[in-house]
Design a protein around this ligand. Structure first.
Ligand code: NAP
Length: 508
């Protein structure tokens, strides 16, 4: 049952006066549940509890933390149909997607539990002493990692489960011994409360300290800002817009003790299509990309928003086919009225720029449904107008007609950092793709050959991140077990007695 209260440690509280409701975007109606925003005192208590829990939690063993993560997965599964119903009512996303995202969430939790069975994630290095070394003896040095401390997690609107309350950031931070305080997303606070309840029950059942997890309701940005400024918060995980991520990064940098902010943000995910690919498979790629651009109503950070090709009759035919295919797909509902209105505004801002031509036929859509669209522009105009490089969050893509390969490469070089880049080519193109691959990989976190960028596998070889502004730190991934590296720091022990070393560094 949804109460509308925050979880401050193990207790549910609602001492505040600010209340709000989530919206069912399909029905264009508010949902029944009334949520109360966390007060400044409640935020402070949640962080104080996290800090005191940290003293015990950081010293729990891997087996116990793995039990905790597995118990969270079990509790989430036990939420059954209620979770699916609330998820759908708050996001407009279909039941199949809710089930798929739940499976992904529990898979992530179990992957981190499995990771804890070995010490591989601890970045261990051992250099034993060389007392006879001249001119100076070498001391015994052993390196491992320590958890940073309580982490503030901000989930995104478009993944109410897998990138939210018990999503990758929370699971990875809990795995390595960091307590988590979640700033609940106001668009899916009911889903967040159900998941928070599952985490709290799992913590109680596995004997974890109170404060290891809290979930704060918030309608606006103040709760999150107070959280990031709190001196006992030691790192931030964020998934959302560039504007939001950047604001938190700046806030964290202004603190007396600046802290790392790992923000995964927006991207336009450039796709290069070669002349040969256009000639041999243009129609196939138009069909495939009409599907990828509209997948999840285009509300994915990996949505392909930019397609680059060299001006030719085949590129024109591809663009027109893409535009005609995309409007045959039934328009779908967006996550929230605000997301729909932002989509309309951003799409108009881009399509109203000089030199931009909309290729797709206009669509009549109901409230909160997206009118997918494809536009085109020439390479020189694209290069000279930064407005055309901005993310339009929704089912929209722009095809850029470049004069030649030199201009196409110049465009790639001048792109902001991206989560992904894709190359669509024929095998006979491969010997000539080195320059494009070299330039593209400088700008992206994941390079895809003959595929679509939408769909992010959860496995150790996945990198989900990229140069700024796709993320705030391109050295780390937000997906896969390597994402735990965001929440630990290195520590070296020099000449330490065996008894004082952590287990993983002891002899034998
Ligand atoms: P959002 O509007 O940035 O919101 C994310 C969270 O941050 C919300 O809880 C929001 O609170 C908070 N927030 C935003 N601005 C803030 C500020 N100035 N100070 C404090 N808190 C702030 O993003 P969204 O609409 O949820 O998600 C869509 C965006 O996320 C898209 O750009 C998409 O590309 C990106 N995304 C990226 C990834 C990735 O892995 N890289 C994955 C999914 C989505 P309020 O709602 O209360 O303002």
């Amino acid at each position: 049952m949804i109460t509308g209260k925050s979880y401050i440690g193990f207790a549910q509280q609602s001492n505040g006066k600010t209340t709000y409701k989530t919206v069912n975007p399909k029905l264009n109606l508010e949902n029944e549940w009334l949520f109360t925003e966390a007060t400044a005192a409640e935020i402070d208590t949640a962080v104080a509890l996290a800090w005191s829990a940290f003293k015990e939690y950081r010293n729990t063993n891997e087996l116990d933390r793995a039990k905790f993560l597995n118990a969270i997965a079990e509790e989430i599964e036990a939420l059954g149909d209620e979770l699916v119903q609330v998820y759908c009512a708050e996001s407009g996303l279909p039941e199949g997607r809710a089930n798929g995202e739940r499976n992904r969430t529990v898979f992530q939790l179990r992957s981190f539990a499995e990771m804890l069975q070995s010490d591989d994630w601890k970045q261990i290095a051992i250099d034993t002493a060389l007392p006879e070394r001249t001119p100076a003896p070498k001391p015994d040095l052993r390196r491992s990692v320590l958890p940073l401390g309580p982490v503030a997690v901000f989930g995104s609107s478009n993944f109410p489960l897998a990138y939210s309350t018990a999503g990758g950031d929370t699971a990875s931070a809990l795995a390595v011994g960091c307590p988590v305080v979640v700033k609940s997303h106001p668009m899916h606070s009911g889903t967040g409360e159900l998941i928070a309840g599952a985490i709290v029950r799992a913590a109680q059942k596995t004997g974890m300290p109170e404060g290891v997890f809290s979930n704060l309701n918030s309608e606006g940005i103040e709760v999150g800002q107070q959280l990031v400024k709190h001196p006992k918060i030691k790192a931030v995980g964020f998934t959302g817009s560039i504007r939001g991520g950047r604001a938190l990064l700046d806030l964290a940098a202004e603190r007396l003790e600046p802290i790392p902010v790992f923000a995964e943000m927006g991207s336009i995910n450039p796709v290069v299509i070669t002349q040969k690919a256009l000639e041999e498979n243009g129609s196939k790629w138009a069909q495939t990309y009409a599907g990828s651009i509209t997948l999840g109503t285009g509300q994915f950070c990996t949505n392909p928003g930019l397609i680059l090709g060299i001006k030719s009759p085949e590129l024109t035919a591809f663009s027109e086919e893409l535009a005609s295919k995309i409007v045959t797909i039934d328009p779908m509902v967006m996550l929230h009225p605000n997301i729909k209105s932002a989509y309309g505004i951003l799409k108009s801002e881009v399509t109203n720029q000089s030199g931009v031509e909309v290729l797709s036929a206009p669509l009549e859509v109901e409230a909160n449904f997206a009118d997918q669209a494809v536009a085109t522009v020439d390479g020189a105009t694209f290069l000279s107008n930064p407005k055309l490089h901005t993310e339009v969050f929704g089912p929209f893509s722009i095809v850029v007609q470049c004069d030649d390969e030199a201009q196409l490469v110049e465009i790639i070089e001048n792109l902001e950092g991206q989560l992904t880049g894709t190359i669509l080519a024929e095998n006979s193109d491969i010997p000539n793709l080195n320059t494009i691959v070299d330039e593209m990989r400088q700008r992206v976190g994941r390079l895809i050959f003959n595929g679509v960028p939408t769909g992010v596998e959860v496995c150790p070889s996945m990198n989900h991140g990229g140069p700024y502004p796709s993320s705030t730190d391109p050295r780390f991934t937000a997906v896969g077990t390597h994402s735990v590296r965001r929440w630990v720091r290195l520590i070296s022990y020099q000449s330490m007695p065996e008894a004082l070393l952590p287990n993983e560094l002891k002899n034998g």
